[in-house]
Design a binder for this molecule. Sequence first.
Ligand code: CP3
Length: 356
Amino acid sequence: MPESVPSTLGGSRFLDALHGTNQTGRPPIWMMRQAGRYLPEYRAIRDEAERKHNGFLTMIQTPELATEVTLQPLRRFGMDAAILFSDILVTASALGCPVRFVEKQGPVFDTPIRSPEALAALRPASEAVADLDYVMAAIRMLKGVLTVPLIGFAGAPFTVASYMIEGQSSSTLSRIKRMQYEQPAVLHGLLSQLTEVTIAYLKQQVDAGVDALQLFDTWTNHLSVYDAQQLCFPYIQTIITAMKAYTSIPIIVFCKNTGVLWPDVLATGPTAISLDWGCDAATMRACIPDTIAVQGNIDPFLLYANPPVIEKRVKTLLNDLGDLPNYIVNLGHGIMPDIPVSHVQTVVDTVKAWGS
Ligand code: CP3
């Protein structure tokens, strides 16, 4: 397909790649956190929302703002997929454990879940999901204007639970790890409740019109393989099994330490595996069955390099994987807030020029 023809949902290289049938001459590209603080147009909206009240939450809870911010990276770079602008922690808030986002600190939970009483006080999943109607409104609004597929998403139970238990970002996840031994029933009760609300939430996103789903289990890299098999994958598998019974749309799983954990990710039954940058993508592609698409895994910190260095490294990745019908270019994690916009442009330009 010539580059001048915009992808339409009927012939989307992103959805085709997920189904293993991309023949358009280059792989699709999108980036985790493609909407965010590195974009001046994002910061303008964020600053205005901040002046009014609790900036980030206002942005994700106002469908017009969420829609606008979702579209910003598409206008600038022509990404091959949009990802709904929201956050993985909205399911925690909906369960009755509210999150605040504090500048330079990240998410904060003032009432973390650390006891059977706190767990019992959470709302039932069926009630909680009604709180997330604002997300569905944003999805419907986006579907009215998008010409590329829309990715819906949710946090996987372990990563969302880690914030609900730690109360904020943590470099060790000590509290959730202790809870595994000291209060296993509380931890597994919370993981089960998050699993239930996540399934209901993703079903609603499908009903509202998303074209693909991604599950984020970002902090699996903190766990031993054994612990990840206890705390992460059974819950992801329950979610994927429920979603596959409900819809045929593709499901991508992103977690960290995929170089080691990929057989466990594979066993949960996803359409695609999103690789972090700690593994070699070509080696991984050779291990993972061809029926599963692979996404990733440019080092997000490579984007600090000069454009010629970025271009060279992205070309190496493309030479390894760019011809495959089941490969999607992405970063190994989200774009950092201090990355120059022009460096993101270099990645996109390199992918779009490749093969032509
Ligand atoms: O990828 C996208 O562009 C879609 C939107 C999206 C956001 N967060 C927007 C966001 C997605 C998919 C997420 C997922 C998310 N959120 C994860 C999993 C993947 C990952 O990136 O690690 C996690 C662990 C969170 C929790 C979270 N939300 C943290 C730790 C932070 C603070 C970090 C930071 O950059 O400030 C957030 C806030 C957040 N979520 C921002 C954005 C754009 C920054 C908000 C701002 O300050 O403007």
